[in-house]
Write a protein that binds this ligand. Structure first.
Ligand code: KG4
Ligand code: ZN
Length: 339
């Protein structure tokens, strides 16, 4: 089975084709980051319009480059939530229309299920069950994953997501958008211990997160400092350390609580090098295996949607001719796979 995947939930237009025999055949991503940079964050209306401009030419380019004929595609997967309503509508409308035009089944995919399954695109895919840490711009959550569609949420952010803490602080520091890579870069010349930010909710039991206080701590540090490049680097280093420490404490706790011996990390923030190193160290120390996607599949991409779509389509699941998008949609509301 060959599945075309379309991702347009936020500011990346992602397209890919996954083949059940061969694996990922091709993928392309167009980032709107430059378009939104001057506004310091994603402007939803601009995002929708740009997806409209880019998505079909990107599909065509990908198919041409990889010499894949449209007639060989057996199914189409498109993100229907969570995300920006207008942006989601573009991918869903195009996906639905192509499914109708090509006479193949189509299915709406949960964006976070795409992230969650993305490490399975790698050569050494994790086996079920596993513990998943999903860290993106909109979500921070820990889930006990028994199978595709069987997700028990163990903890999640009560306010800002980890990625949001990076994005909002980067804006305060004048580092631009998206904040995560900029903070990571600035942190390289930062000195440890020049600032001290909290590790929120690590001193009480439970697996929930809260990152909004970190933003306040950073804002205070910005107000009380002469914001030269060294101070920016020092604040970035401490923010990164605080986010990473907090995530690692909770993952260790979740490993102990669930007894799971595999950890999977995905989502945009999982591109962070310090976080990848610290998770690998934790895995080694606790005797569990850890898996994360290659860097280009940490942030939004079409490959993860094509792969999640394949999982559901091959189980006989597909949507009818009508479609709807779900800007807010809990991962735990997803149906399990039909067996
Ligand atoms: O998964 P993603 O591309 O989109 C959402 O589903 O939200 O995640 C985007 C988030 C942004 O907040 C971005 O700042 C963060 O991932 N991010 C990073 C890094 N690369 C992207 N955060 C920390 N370090 C990075 N290297
Ligand atoms: Zn995402």
């Amino acid at each position: 089975m060959r599945v075309l995947g379309l991702e347009t939930s936020c500011d990346d237009t992602g397209v890919a084709v996954y083949d059940s025999q061969v694996g990922l055949l091709s993928h392309l991503r167009y980032s709107q980051a430059a378009l939104h940079a001057e506004y310091g964050g994603v402007v939803p209306e601009l995002a929708s319009r740009d997806h409209i401009r880019k998505i079909l030419p990107l599909v065509r380019l990908m198919l041409d480059r990889a010499e894949i004929s449209a007639a060989s595609i057996n199914g189409i997967a498109y993100t229907v939530g969570p995300g920006l309503a207008g942006a989601l509508l573009v991918g869903a409308a195009v996906g639905r229309s192509l499914a109708l035009a090509w006479g193949v089944p189509g299915i709406g995919i949960h964006h976070m299920e795409g992230h969650l399954l993305s490490p399975m695109l790698e050569d050494d895919p994790p086996q079920f069950p596993f513990l998943a840490l999903l860290v993106s711009g909109g979500h921070t959550l820990l889930a006990d994953v028994q199978a595709v569609g069987q997700y028990q949420i163990l903890g999640e952010s009560l306010d800002d997501a980890a990625g949001e803490a990076f994005d909002k602080t980067a804006k305060l520091l004048g580092l631009g958008y998206p904040g995560g890579p900029a903070i990571e870069q600035a942190a390289r010349s930062g000195r440890n211990g020049k600032f001290r930010f909290p590790r929120p909710m690590t001193d009480r039991p439970g697996l929930d997160f809260s990152f909004s206080g970190l933003k306040t701590a950073c804002a205070l540090a910005v107000t009380n400092s002469t914001l030269d490049s060294q101070a920016i680097a020092d604040i970035s280093a401490e923010l990164q350390a605080a986010v990473v420490d907090t995530l690692i404490v909770k993952v260790e706790r979740a490993i102990a609580q669930t007894g799971l011996n595999r950890v999977v990390m995905a989502g945009g923030v999982s591109a962070n090098q310090l976080l990848r190193e610290r998770l690998a160290q934790l895995a080694q120390r606790t005797g569990v295996t850890c898996h994360f996607p290659r860097l280009e599949f940490c942030t939004d991409n079409g490959a993860m949607i094509a792969f999640a779509g394949y999982q559901r389509l091959q189980a006989g699941q597909h949507d009818g001719p009508e479609f709807t998008v779900h800007p807010r949609w809990a991962l735990s509301d997803l149906p399990p796979l039909r067996s």
